[in-house]
Design a protein around this ligand. Structure first.
Ligand SMILES: [Zn+2]
Ligand SMILES: [Zn+2]
Length: 263
């Protein structure tokens, strides 16, 4: 319903990453799977989750006597493991072990290093395709004897920045995350409570806004987005303010918002 509300194209979704099996993190999935079926999807859909999601989905399909038009490919996440779980030419996704009541993983999305950009203003005429490819890879252009004809830096501009985004929900304060999150462009970190309700946070293995900000600060991330707020806070600015005392570049990730990361 929210995808439709924000006019996002569900057919562009090929991979879905589920952190853990508390209902607030996956109960909408079954509806989405059936919507894709009704809309005649045929392309495979990849689901990443800890053990159990495959069984939950299989049981629902079995008892509704449904066969989806498209295959689902389950990827079971390994408990407590930081590893690459998806990779293509442009992107890699890492699982990040989180500390929660259920086995839980966050996800770190990283663009791969990008090619250098050819500076069209300085490009001599008549270069071959493979010479242009060499330039993008950062190599000089050489003749058959290996003599440099053009130096790479004379014809190219630096590659664009490879962006990174980390999703950490749900988790208690976990300093082990700090080295994994180092320098990411945007960190989404849960902040279910404020310090005043710290006991509740400890009990339920959630974080306070201050703790999320400490992780952001120590990991040297560029921007922190807080989310997963307890319904007890009618005015969410208390969470934002608390985090900003430690990490100023903090925003509230409220429903429907978009964050752009600069290349
Ligand atoms: Zn949870
Ligand atoms: Zn949750």
């Amino acid at each position: 319903m929210q995808l439709r509300r924000y006019e996002l194209n569900v057919h562009r979704i090929n991979h879905i990453f589920i952190s853990h099996l508390h209902g607030d993190h996956y109960l909408g999935l079954m509806g989405l799977l059936f919507t894709l079926h009704l809309q005649k999807r045929t392309a495979a859909l990849h689901l990443y989750s800890h053990a159990g999601l495959d069984e939950i989905i299989t049981v629902q399909l079995r008892y509704s006597k449904s066969v989806l038009n498209y295959p689902i490919i389950f990827h079971t996440l390994e408990k407590d493991k930081h590893e690459i779980i998806f990779e293509d030419d442009h992107l890699q996704v890492e699982s990040i072990p989180l500390t929660h009541k259920l086995t839980c993983s966050g996800f770190l999305f990283r663009e791969k290093p990008k090619a250098r950009r050819i500076d069209k203003n300085r490009l001599p005429e008549g270069l071959l395709l493979q010479q242009l490819a060499a330039l993008k890879m950062g190599d000089d252009i050489v003749d058959e004897s290996g003599k440099v004809l053009y130096k790479n830096e004379d014809l190219t501009l630096s590659a664009k920045h490879s962006r990174s985004y980390a999703y950490c929900s749900d988790t208690a304060y976990e300093p082990m995350l700090i080295p994994l999150l180092e320098g990411v462009d945007l960190l989404y970190h849960e902040a279910t409570f404020i310090e005043e309700d710290k006991l509740k946070a400890k009990e339920t293995k959630h974080s306070t806004a201050l703790e999320a900000a400490q992780i952001a600060k120590q990991a040297g991330v560029k921007k922190l987005a807080l989310g997963h707020f307890s319904a007890r806070y009618k005015d969410l600015s208390v969470l934002e303010e608390e985090a900003k005392t430690v990490f100023n570049n903090t925003v509230l990730a409220t429903e429907g918002q978009t964050f752009s990361l600069e290349e």
